[in-house]
Ligand binder design. Structure first.
Ligand SMILES: [Zn+2]
Length: 296
């Protein structure tokens, strides 16, 4: 795609099918209908390439995104994009738009010479105004995992800040220099004291709040749950029947339909997750056999 070409982008901006998505400072946008879909606007006026970023072309329509307070109106309401239930194709547009805005706002300075940067024409990069260094978006990897016991029950936990009854699967950031599988074993141990014995990668999902990439796994773990790092207020194992009954009764609240956490839970409920033992054997502790330090 010739998204570095100002003339091509001017044609896209003027396209009768072009769309401008306004995302507010708290990640909110205008939606319409039930189920919700994005209520985006036609671009108008002259495009400012520093503020109106090109996301891409979807089904022949050029999509632009900008940080601006969305406006409600007849048939339009404002929703948090983190919690809405948009159709899958629109989720990808929202994630790409959120990720672009969040990254551009967090990278105003050149990492090499500390001069100011400006948006590369299409919005895919930033360029230093002094030394010309091109900077590309950064993503923070995180692991998220449906942790199962030997009876296929799932571990769900509640963070302290969440309302009573709201639960999710376990998740945590991959540290610098750490393999995703190591992060998985470490996070599960830190949050629950469970020992992961096997894990299999399932799928990934961007989560640009502000800039994560969630790597989704299913894992088997053994031991007793006992929160170690106090990140979780509570955690427990649930059977499929228990989750269905408690959700129906309103006692248990599942994560946003937009999240991979919800997808993992739904796939487990439908018995569609791969068997953890069909992936990596993690029964041997990672990094167990370190050499003794020698003489300098
Ligand atoms: Zn520079």
């Amino acid at each position: 795609m010739d998204r570095d070409d100002p003339a091509a982008n001017a044609v896209r901006w003027a396209d009768p099918g072009a769309v401008l998505l306004r995302i507010g400072p708290r990640g909110e946008a205008a939606v319409t209908g039930d189920p919700a879909r994005l209520a985006a606007d036609r671009p108008s006026g002259r495009r400012d390439p520093q503020r109106q970023l090109l996301i891409g072309t979807v089904a022949g329509r050029p999509w632009f995104v900008t940080r601006a307070v969305p406006v409600a109106g007849p048939g339009r309401r404002i929703e948090s994009l983190r919690g809405s239930d948009l159709p899958p194709a629109q989720r990808e547009i929202v994630w790409a738009g959120m990720a672009a805005l969040n990254w551009h706002e967090s990278a105003p300075v050149c990492p090499r010479c500390h001069a100011g940067t400006r948006v590369g024409e299409g919005g895919l990069s930033r360029i230093c105004t002094a030394c010309g260094t091109v900077v590309f978006p950064r993503t923070d990897p995180a692991v998220i995992c449906a942790v199962l016991d030997d009876r296929d029950r799932i571990v769900l936990g509640r963070q302290h800040a969440w309302e009573p009854g709201r639960v999710s699967v376990l998740a945590g950031f991959v540290e610098a220099g750490e393999a995703a599988e190591h992060a998985l074993v470490r996070e599960v141990a830190e949050e629950t004291a469970l020992r992961v014995t096997a894990a299999r990668y399932v799928s990934s999902q961007p989560w640009p709040f502000p800039r994560s990439l969630m790597l989704g796994y299913v894992a088997r773990a053994e031991g007793d749950i006992s929160p170690v790092d106090h990140e979780l207020a509570e955690a427990d194992r649930y059977s499929r029947d228990q989750v269905r009954d408690l959700v129906a009764a309103g006692t248990l609240i599942l994560p946003s339909p937009m999240s991979i956490a919800r997808s993992l839970i739904e796939a487990w409920l439908a018995d569609r997750l791969p068997v953890p033992e069909s992936g990596a054997d993690l029964s041997v502790p990672l990094g167990a056999a370190l050499p003794e330090p020698g003489q300098p």
